[in-house]
Write a protein that binds this ligand. Structure first.
Ligand code: ADP
Length: 176
């Protein structure tokens, strides 16, 4: 599914984010920037050791913040490490919105034209998929309506269920 926002595209794909060749991909990181399980684990395995080495020099960061590193041997050029909230810690939606917007701003700062996001916080961190879709998609839509050099924002969803949820939420948000 793909929608046009002021001549820029917001796209939903089902797949593995480490296979994306957008200018950058976003990692669902933790404050210590330790590449453990989930998206981070896949990035570490496929990208090689340099990404963790770069992360070690930038850590720790706060929930809602984002930093950028190279991408080792991945197809993409940069990895943006964004820290989403853990379910139950409070103000989860605001923090997830910040993590999304800070990733987009960082991509712009580096003049990147395309970015791929996973469903941040919905794995190990336990945030519900439908709420994640609402928060992340509204933040991305709003950002694309403003001044940005980004031409393509992709949400790369792992599995049928999350893809379906994001599709439903995007249809709802863009039909208003
Ligand atoms: P968090 O710690 O922020 O919850 P996770 O990496 O555990 O982050 O999971 C975030 C989401 O990314 C989950 O929905 C998970 O299923 C999904 N995911 C896991 N591996 C990949 C991958 N290789 N590509 C895209 N999404 C993935």
């Amino acid at each position: 599914m793909k929608v046009d926002v002021n001549g820029k595209s917001l796209e939903l794909l089902q797949g593995d984010i480490t296979e994306m060749d957008t200018d950058c991909i976003v990692n669902a990181a933790n404050e210590q920037l330790i590449l453990g399980a989930g998206v981070a684990g896949a990035i570490r395995k496929k990208g090689g050791p340099t990404i963790q080495e770069e992360c070690n020099k930038l850590a720790p960061i706060k929930v809602g913040e984002a930093v950028i590193t190279g991408a080792g041997s991945l197809k993409t050029k940069h990895v943006i490490h964004a820290v989403g909230p853990r379910m139950g810690e409070g103000q989860e939606e605001e923090k997830l919105r910040s993590a999304t917007l800070n990733s987009l701003r960082l991509a712009d700062k580096y003049n990147l034209k395309s970015i791929s996001f996973p469903a941040i916080s919905t794995g190990v961190f336990g945030f519900p998929m439908d709420r994640c879709a609402k928060v992340m998609l509204s933040a991305a839509l709003e950002y694309l309506k403003g001044p940005t050099g980004l031409e393509r924002v992709v949400f790369c969803l792992f599995g049928e269920e999350s893809f379906k949820t994001f599709k439903e939420v995007l249809s709802e948000l863009t039909s208003r």
